[in-house]
Design a binder for this molecule. Structure first.
Ligand SMILES: NC(=O)c1ccc[n+]([C@@H]2O[C@H](COP(=O)([O-])OP(=O)(O)OC[C@H]3O[C@@H](n4cnc5c(N)ncnc54)[C@H](O)[C@@H]3O)[C@@H](O)[C@H]2O)c1
Length: 93
């Protein structure tokens, strides 16, 4: 059963709303974000919460991704835009 979910880009507009929904739904959430576009204020309500963890890092850096994936059961990716397609919500467990 999925209990802890990684949201990459979780400090962004869409990602932070996903985080809100997941936390409200009872999931533990780990955010991996490099803050190149996102804002800490988007996540401020979750800081200090026992069900929230922030990993500051880059999805293109293997060590950062491994650090974040180490503690999760599934991930939601909202960081990338591909050629003409908005491939945002990839879920894997
Ligand atoms: N906001 C919309 O209405 C909308 C509509 C359609 C598609 N999209 C697409 O959805 C995606 C997310 O949109 P958004 O509005 O939430 O954007 P956003 O810029 O608010 O969020 C993206 C997040 O990803 C983080 N990020 C970027 N590169 C990263 C990296 N290499 N490593 C770690 N974190 C990284 C940023 O810091 C930011 O927090 C984008 O691809 C966007 O084009 C958005």
């Amino acid at each position: 059963m999925v209990e802890r979910v990684l949201v990459t880009g979780g400090a962004g507009f869409i990602g932070s709303h996903l985080v809100d929904g997941l936390v409200s739904g009872g999931f533990d959430v780990v955010v991996l974000d490099d803050f190149s576009g996102g804002r800490r204020e988007n996540l401020s309500v979750h800081f200090g919460g026992s069900n929230f963890c922030l990993v500051e890092g880059d999805v293109r850096v293997k060590a950062d991704v491994e650090k974040a994936l180490d503690v999760v059961d599934a991930y939601l990716r909202v960081t990338e835009k591909r050629k003409g397609l908005y491939a945002m919500f990839t879920m894997s467990s």
